[in-house]
Design a protein around this ligand. Structure first.
Ligand SMILES: [Zn+2]
Length: 184
């Protein structure tokens, strides 16, 4: 990969960074499973997600943004950022997979439809309700705020939005305490 795709993706060229990323993908004839760092996004759902820090530029100079591995894999393979509001979905239903052929752009609605169709949506008392319709609970509000505090760099609004199935604006309001102000 040359410098042009990096530039289009807003990625700051760092020697060896790309090679290191793909070295964490266990390539096979099927899924390419991620063997690198994973992180649990909250204490409500058990899902863990592979995350990487991507070298970028900021107004204050070199910086890093936290990105989920499958989004980054899609962007690297397609030479463009994920379209606004788009989700990168797994056609293989393996959230740990970074094989570009298994990744496609969809919507949160597609995602919940997929999950429901595959019977994967079994978490706690949210049984049967796709994340799109989640109304967050006070515990989730605390988790969202804690997750936001926990990030060293970058903005996790989109990640939280994906995780909780509510809009980024709703996440922002929770973090800024415009909503759920009564939750400590
Ligand atoms: Zn796969």
């Amino acid at each position: 990969m040359g410098t042009t795709p990096f530039h289009d993706l807003g990625i700051r060229p760092v020697t060896g960074w790309l090679e290191k990323f793909w070295a964490h993908a266990q390539k096979s004839d099927g899924c390419w499973n991620w063997t690198g760092r994973k992180r649990r996004m909250n204490t409500v759902t058990p899902d863990v997600y592979g995350q990487v820090e991507v070298p970028v530029y900021s107004s204050r100079g070199p910086a890093w943004r936290v990105e989920r591995i499958h989004r980054l894999a899609w962007e690297l393979a397609n030479g463009q950022r994920v379209p606004n509001g788009g989700w990168v979905l797994h056609s293989c239903d393996n959230s740990n997979c970074v094989r570009p052929e298994h990744l496609r752009i969809g919507t949160p609605q597609d995602n919940s439809a997929d999950r429901q169709a595959r019977g994967r949506w079994k978490t706690g008392n949210h049984k049967g309700h796709p994340p799109t319709y989640w109304k967050v609970t006070p515990d989730q509000v605390r988790d969202i705020r804690a997750a936001y505090q926990g990030f060293r760099k970058g903005t996790p609004m989109r990640l939280l939005s994906e995780q909780y199935g509510i809009s980024e604006a709703a996440i922002y309001d929770i973090i800024k305490r415009k909503t759920w102000r009564h939750v400590a």
